[in-house]
Design a protein. Structure first.
Length: 207
């Protein structure tokens, strides 16, 4: 993405307001009592330091390539100031954010419900994985979620399948890759969106 802050990917990417179509369930729902079982084993933000940066490439629906640079510009106790710069027609911005708790399914669903949304979990998993990035193999944890969410006020139904690959070897947010598939339905209208984002370089100092 809290797009958990999924790292607080670009703010537009960090809102997990997305997901469900009522009536047709193709998977067994995970009971709410089991949501607490899906917790990342580490928090990449915990040791984030000033000057750490990452650069990502992402596309929506296979369209124009957007380059995102994210840099930790200051840290005061539990508050980070992260500056994001974008190339590809999107504006740059800076924002102050509180370091998130370890990414976990229970908090993700609680955040959605706090915004008046109805949530069901149709699938979730935490899986060790390795990704090859910039000529280097990086050990990751892949956090998969399949959520169905309804906004009853707007009568909007959404379904989201998302996998986030995170690693302690990557500075800042620890995000290595994100793939999100979303189906949104409002009455007879249906919109499908696929977002793909991948780390291309990282370091400390001037990005």
């Amino acid at each position: 993405m809290r797009m958990p802050r999924c790292f607080r990917l670009p703010a537009a990417l960090s809102c997990l307001f997305l997901l469900v179509w009522a009536g047709q369930l193709w998977a067994d729902e995970i009971p709410e009592d089991d949501w607490g079982s899906f917790v990342m084993p580490f928090d990449p933000w915990a040791d984030a330091a000033t000057g750490e940066w990452c650069r990502y490439h992402y596309r929506v629906n296979g369209g124009r390539l957007v380059v995102l640079s994210s840099e930790v510009v200051s840290r005061e106790a539990d508050t980070l100031t992260v500056e994001e710069r974008r190339r590809g027609g999107l504006p740059a911005f800076s924002e102050k954010q509180v370091i998130p708790q370890v990414l976990n399914l229970e908090d993700i669903c609680a955040s959605l419900r706090a915004n008046g949304l109805q949530v069901r979990v149709m699938g979730a998993s935490l899986t060790p994985d390795t990704l090859d990035i910039a000529g280097r193999s990086i050990a990751c944890t892949a956090f998969f979620t399949h959520l169905e969410v309804v906004d009853p006020e707007r009568k909007l139904e959404n379904e989201l399948k998302q996998t986030q690959w995170l690693s302690n070897e990557v500075p800042g947010s620890g995000v290595v890759k994100v793939v999100k598939d979303q189906i949104g339905r409002l009455g007879a209208r249906s919109i499908e969106t696929r977002l793909e984002m991948e780390l291309v370089e990282w370091g400390v100092g001037e990005p």
